[in-house]
Design a protein. Structure first.
Length: 127
């Protein structure tokens, strides 16, 4: 790695970061996990900056390189849902906690109108 912190700060996409640090990567894997890798990398960088504010440029870039490799590796063994990096994943359990109640209400409402309608509606709702 021969880049500078100034060059690093100009990078914007996952492939650019991986190339900058000369890390091997699978293009298809990055295409699928791009946002998750970058979000995890960002959280690792923030931790590095907070824990070691006095690092020189070379040390900081070495730590960032290790952090990017760790972020990439995280999603080779874990799913984005397991990591819960984004709000949509964090709130998923709260969103679905009312699902059984809504299904029961839906069944009751439609069973009053027609016996077949309640079952068909539940199937559409569950999709």
């Amino acid at each position: 790695m021969s880049g500078t912190l100034t060059e690093f700060n100009k990078l914007v996409n996952a492939e650019d970061y991986l190339k900058f640090f000369e890390l091997p990567y699978d293009v298809q894997f990055v295409n699928v996990n791009r946002l998750h890798i970058l979000q995890k990398f960002s959280s690792f960088m923030k931790a590095i900056d907070a824990e070691s504010p006095d690092l020189n440029e070379a040390e900081k870039l070495e730590r960032y390189k290790a952090a990017l490799q760790q972020a990439y590796d995280t999603f080779t063994t874990s799913s984005p849902l397991d990591e819960k990096l984004f709000k949509v994943f964090k709130d998923k359990n709260q969103m679905w906690s009312c699902y059984p109640i809504l299904v029961r209400i839906n069944i009751f409402h439609h069973s009053q109108q027609s016996r077949r309608g309640g079952f068909a509606t539940v199937l559409r709702f569950a999709q």
